[in-house]
Write a protein that binds this ligand. Structure first.
Ligand code: SAM
Length: 282
C-alpha cells in the first residue's frame, strides 16, 4: 500500500468528489430521520496543504485554492456553499491551509442523530484517523479492508444513508472490484445510496467499467464526470468520475448547474467537459 492521499488532497478531483458528497448529505438532511455514512476508504481525514506531500505537489492550487479565491457564479455557488463551509470550518482564520477529507466533510454536516463509519486499511492512516476522531461518539473509525466492511456493515440500522467508495486505484483490477463490491453491497442493502469514485485516465478502462455496471442489472445508476483536459498518451489523470446509485432525485439537476461551472473553473484554459448520463434508469 503505497498510495498517500496527501499528495492529491484538495486537487480538482477532490473538489468535485466532495461537492457531490456534500450535495448527497444536504439531501439526506431534508428529513429528521437519522442516517449513516459509511466511508470505506477514508484516508486520514485532514491534510496540511503547507507541509509534506501536499506542499510538494501543490495540486490543491489548481483545485480548492481556485474555488476559494474565485468562487462559482449564481446557483452553482449556492449549491457549493455547504462544502465550502466544511472547508472554511478547518481554516477559521481565513487562510486556506487545512483541507478536510471525506470523513471531515461528512462529520461537519452530521446532525446529532446521524452517524459516520470510517474504514481505512493503511495502518498509519487508520491510526491518524482514529486520533482525529478520538472521543467522538458519532464517528466510528475501524482499521479494516473497506471491501470487507461493505459486507459486514450493511445494511445500517438507520436504513438511510450513503456508502462512499473512494479507492486509490494503485493496483490493477480496481474497476472489477468496484463492480463486484457494488453487487455485493446492493444485494445486502438495495435501498442505500452508493457513490463510487473513479479516475478518468484510460478511456478504454472506463468504457469497460460502464459496460460492466450495465450488465449488473442494477437500476438507477447516474454517471457524473468532469474532465479538465483531453486524454493524453502516456495516460495521466485528465478527469474525475463518480457513479451514484439511487441518487437523490435532485442530484441530476444540481449537477447540471454545478459541473459546467466547475469545468470552467478547474480546467486548463477552458478545455473542461462534463457528462451527466444514466447508465441505468428506473
Ligand atoms: N476518501 C478520502 C477522501 O476523500 O478524503 C480519500 C481516500 S484515498 C483516495 C484512498 C484511501 O484508501 C487511502 O487512504 C488508502 O490507504 C486507503 N485504502 C487502500 N486500500 C484500502 C482498502 N482495501 N480498504 C480500506 N482502505 C484502503
Amino acid at each position: 500500500m503505497n498510495y498517500r492521499h496527501a499528495f492529491h488532497a484538495g486537487n480538482f478531483a477532490d473538489v468535485v468528489k466532495h461537492i457531490i458528497l456534500a450535495r448527497i448529505l444536504a439531501y439526506l438532511m431534508r428529513k429528521d430521520a437519522p442516517f449513516r455514512i459509511i466511508d470505506t476508504h477514508a484516508g486520514v481525514g485532514l491534510y496540511d496543504l503547507f507541509a509534506g506531500e501536499a506542499e510538494r505537489t501543490g495540486e490543491w492550487q489548481e483545485g480548492i485554492a481556485r474555488l476559494v479565491e474565485r468562487g462559482l457564479p449564481g446557483a452553482a455557488g449556492e449549491l457549493a456553499a455547504p462544502y465550502l463551509a466544511a472547508v472554511r470550518a478547518q481554516n477559521p482564520d481565513g487562510v486556506l491551509r487545512y483541507y478536510p477529507g471525506s470523513p471531515f466533510i461528512t462529520r461537519h454536516m452530521l446532525r446529532s442523530q446521524d452517524r459516520l463509519m470510517a474504514l481505512e486499511l493503511h495502518p498509519e492512516d487508520a491510526a491518524a484517523l482514529k486520533e482525529n476522531f478520538a472521543g467522538d461518539i458519532q464517528t466510528r473509525v475501524t482499521h479494516l479492508d473497506g471491501w470487507a466492511g461493505m459486507g459486514t456493515h450493511l445494511p445500517p440500522k438507520e436504513k438511510r444513508g450513503l456508502v462512499l467508495v473512494d479507492p486509490p486505484f494503485e493496483e490493477k483490477g480496481e474497476f472489477t472490484r468496484m463492480v463486484q463490491g457494488l453487487e455485493k453491497a446492493h444485494r445486502r442493502w438495495p435501498g442505500g445510496i452508493y457513490a463510487f469514485w473513479y479516475p478518468l485516465k484510460e478511456p478504454e478502462a472506463v468504457a469497460a467499467y460502464i459496460q460492466a455496471l450495465k450488465a449488473t442489472g442494477i437500476a438507477k445508476i447516474l454517471r457524473l464526470e468532469l474532465t479538465i483536459r483531453p486524454p493524453s498518451s502516456p495516460p495521466r489523470l485528465h478527469g474525475t468520475g463518480m457513479i451514484v446509485v439511487n441518487p437523490p432525485y435532485v442530484l441530476e439537476e444540481e449537477m447540471a448547474m454545478l459541473l459546467p461551472a466547475l469545468a470552467e473553473l478547474l480546467s486548463d484554459e477552458g478545455r473542461g467537459r462534463w457528462t451527466i448520463e444514466w447508465v441505468a434508469g428506473e
